[in-house]
Design a protein around this ligand. Structure first.
Ligand SMILES: NC(=O)C1=CN([C@@H]2O[C@H](COP(=O)(O)OP(=O)(O)OC[C@H]3O[C@@H](n4cnc5c(N)ncnc54)[C@H](O)[C@@H]3O)[C@@H](O)[C@H]2O)C=CC1
Ligand SMILES: CC(=O)C(=O)O
Ligand SMILES: [Mg+2]
Length: 371
């Protein structure tokens, strides 16, 4: 199969979808891999590294896309990339379609087969291609939030661990999944007073057992969210309803009850955000203020630690990339019931129910498409 790896073009996105190690796995199986010139540079991989693994380096972006059958990316296609997609292409990347109607409509129009990392499942009920980046984003959320609490960033001037005689900051994490647990662990490690809210009692039991009371767990209700807003120095939004737009859990009205200079870190921004006043930001300008509350809403947080993130992401995607290249998308998806939910759009139709629901579109069952 002809596999192409474009250079990412989203603001401050330095990850790349395939490492030289992954390239070698593909070329050893007889696949042709074209990597856009300097695509791996931000993650510390040179063109020569890819060439040594058997890839062709292509400086001509038009030719790269035109010759490709399988396109491997990291971030959702940007408008210039959507314009390059045709029915011949299978695209494998993060899509987060429920947050972006124009992208969804663009992919429908393209006729391409679009498979999202974030909606693949595993036998334990997890999201195996979201998990590595959720781990990164959860860990980064506390770094970003701690920086945002500094006065120069508009924050209240609070140090997470406090000092002897001054109590630590209060950090609330909404959603105790992969992002949430990793954020809570980091905040705990830095000496903050940490609480996790979740709607899943089962998940709260796991966390309670794992942290033995060092992290408090609270069932997520409107009352609990009200208290979290009033009492916290930092609130981290880490909820997910797979494939769907995030619920708005902290409203604009609730900001008035928060301490001035406290910080909201909305990691769920890639699914539209879980705070009413969130809007996507970039690493170039990560924060903004609403009613004296600092908002950090970067939709590609792992891009900032591209070396670690690229390795973590490609470790998880490689088996699926190999299946797509070896068997073609139809056979690969039909052979694996956990790969199948990755299919979001095919030949002009939405194949993921929650995405169709978000925009009032019709959807078709992905199983019917691979038969
Ligand atoms: N901004 C960024 O750069 C990145 C963002 N993300 C996003 O972070 C979000 C979280 O991802 P994961 O932790 O992997 O998901 P997950 O599925 O592991 O965890 C989500 C948790 O939210 C809980 N939840 C759902 N509704 C809730 C509610 N109303 N109140 C409290 N808890 C609720 C669920 O029970 C679950 O435990 C996703 O939107 C993901 O796309 C992930 C990586 C990078
Ligand atoms: C999950 C995601 O959107 C990211 O890693 O950028
Ligand atoms: Mg996004």
């Amino acid at each position: 199969m002809r596999v192409a790896v474009p250079k990412e073009i989203k603001n401050h996105e330095y990850r790349v979808a395939l490492t030289p190690t992954g390239t070698r796995e593909l070329t050893a199986r007889g696949h042709e891999v074209s990597v856009q010139a300097s695509a791996g540079e931000g993650a510390g991989f040179s063109d020569a590294d890819y060439e040594a693994a058997g890839a062709r380096i292509d400086a001509d972006v038009d030719a790269l896309w035109q010759n490709a059958e399988l396109i491997l990316k990291v971030k959702e296609p940007q408008p210039d990339e959507v314009a390059r997609l045709t029915p011949q292409h299978t695209l494998f990347t993060y899509l987060h379609l429920a947050a972006e109607e124009s992208l969804t409509r663009g992919l429908i129009k393209s006729g391409a087969t679009c498979i999202a990392y974030e909606t693949l499942t595993d036998a334990r009920g997890g999201l195996p291609l979201l998990a590595p980046m959720s781990t990164v984003a959860g860990r980064m959320a506390v770094q970003a939030g701690a920086h945002s609490l500094e006065k120069a960033q508009g924050g209240a001037g609070v140090l997470l661990p406090g000092v002897p005689g001054v109590p630590p900051a209060t950090v609330t994490v909404i959603g105790g999944g992969v992002v949430g647990e990793n954020a809570a662990r980091m905040a705990l490690g830095l000496g903050a007073d940490v609480t996790i809210l979740d709607k899943s009692l089962e998940r709260l039991e796991v966390l309670d057992d794992r942290y033995q009371g060092r992290i408090k767990t609270v069932y997520s209700t409107a009352d609990a969210l009200d208290s979290a807003a009033r009492e916290s120095d930092m609130v981290i939004g880490a909820v997910l309803i797979p494939g769907a737009a995030a619920p708005k859990l902290i409203t604009r009205e609730m900001l008035g009850n928060m301490k001035p200079g406290s910080v909201l870190v909305d990691v769920a921004i890639d699914q539209g955000g879980c705070f009413e006043t969130s809007k996507p930001t970039t690493h170039a300008e990560p924060t903004y203020l609403v009613e004296g509350i600092v908002h950090y809403c970067v939709a590609n947080m792992p891009g900032a630690v591209a070396r670690t993130s690229t390795q973590g992401l490609t470790n998880a995607t490689l088996p699926f990339v190999l299946a797509l290249a070896d068997k073609g998308w139809k056979q690969a998806l039909s052979d694996d019931p956990h790969f199948l939910p990755g299919l979001n759009v095919h030949a002009g139709q939405v194949t993921y129910q929650a995405v169709a629901d978000a925009f009032g579109l019709d959807s078709v069952d992905p199983a019917s498409v691979v038969r």
